[in-house]
Design a binder for this molecule. Structure first.
Ligand SMILES: Nc1nc2c(c(=O)[nH]1)N[C@@H](CN(C=O)c1ccc(C(=O)N[C@@H](CCC(=O)O)C(=O)O)cc1)CN2
Length: 286
């Protein structure tokens, strides 16, 4: 019997319905959540993601600003814009679309975003709060992973989770969030010698290593939950995850597809973060 699919589009829509209601309530109190997205350059994938963020704002009733800047924009010019957005009352969330052109120092830009408006959850203060378990704006993709697992009715507490990948954007934060949910977490990466030995012990496997179809059925314990965070554009233009879906689905438990799994949750969690930021900046309880 093949494993059930965890449908990210459906879960995402459930969360968006709730956000829509909360936005209306907030508007009743005179506050409209506002998101500013900054795109530097013309990367085609980034253009699509930014357009989808803009559409999500319209769909959910947020105020939205998109700043499309040429690839020649200097770091100083970008920092001036961020400074302006930090001080703008109608904006509660600021997101700079990544990757940035190579002449711009990514960390300097992230560090310049006000901690309270950092709806990507990438600012070192928000990362530090995540590490120590304090309230913070959580990075969107990792938060989406946890939300997908929970809403699929899967218990995390007491489970052994193996995370493949140690990036700052996914692998590290998702490991921390799984620990926060009382999982026992093992982290693997490209230099892990005995990766299969470890993944075959896991009840939950989260794969974010950035290599198309890297994990096949031989990595997976029968019935284990498999969450694929990979997004690899193949030469034929198709999108592939880090998990060989057809092979793994034969042995695994609930599994996310690519597309239609974790991806759609990223923008939904961004909207949720912007709503939270709007409430906090207006002294309202979350
Ligand atoms: N500042 C940020 N930059 C980037 C982030 C981020 O979280 N913050 N993440 C990615 C891109 N991203 C959002 O920005 C993103 C990626 C993928 C999806 C998505 O819905 N994927 C679909 C497939 C879409 C397709 O066909 O290309 C899916 O998986 O079903 C949404 C958002 C890098 N940059």
């Amino acid at each position: 019997m093949t494993a059930p699919i965890i449908n990210g589009k459906q879960v995402s829509e459930e969360i968006r319905s709730q956000i829509r209601i909360e936005v209306e309530e907030l508007k009743g109190k005179g506050v409209q959540p506002g998101l500013a997205v900054v795109l530097v350059g013309e990367d085609p994938a980034s253009q699509v993601y930014v357009r989808n963020k803009e559409k999500a704002c319209v769909d959910l009733g947020f105020y939205s600003e998109v700043h499309r800047l040429p690839a020649s924009t200097t770091q100083e010019e970008l920092l001036v814009l961020i400074d302006k957005l930090n001080g703008q009352a109608s904006i509660h969330g600021i997101l700079v679309q990544l990757p940035l052109p190579s002449h711009i120092h990514e960390k300097s830009v992230i560090d310049a975003i006000s901690v309270e408006k950092d709806v990507d959850g990438f600012h070192p203060v928000n990362v530090g709060n995540l590490v120590i378990g304090d309230d913070s704006l959580l990075p969107c993709t990792p938060a989406g992973v946890i939300e997908l697992i929970k809403r699929a009715g899967i218990e995390i507490s007491g489970k052994h989770a193996v995370v493949i990948g140690r990036s700052n954007i996914v692998g590290k934060p998702v490991s921390l969030l799984l620990q926060r949910e009382n999982a026992t977490v093992t982290m693997c990466h490209s230099r892990t010698a005995n990766m299969k030995e470890l993944t075959k012990q896991a009840d939950i496997v989260v794969v974010a290593i950035g290599r198309a179809n890297f994990v096949d059925a031989s990595y997976i314990k029968p019935g284990a939950v498999v969450i694929d965070v990979g997004m690899n554009r193949l030469e034929n233009g198709k999108l592939a995850g880090d998990v060989d879906f057809a092979s793994v689905q034969e042995v695994s438990g609930p599994i996310t597809p690519v597309p239609g799994g974790v991806g759609p949750m990223t923008i939904t969690m961004l909207m949720k973060n912007t709503l939270i930021a709007a409430k906090r900046l207006n002294g309202l309880t979350v």
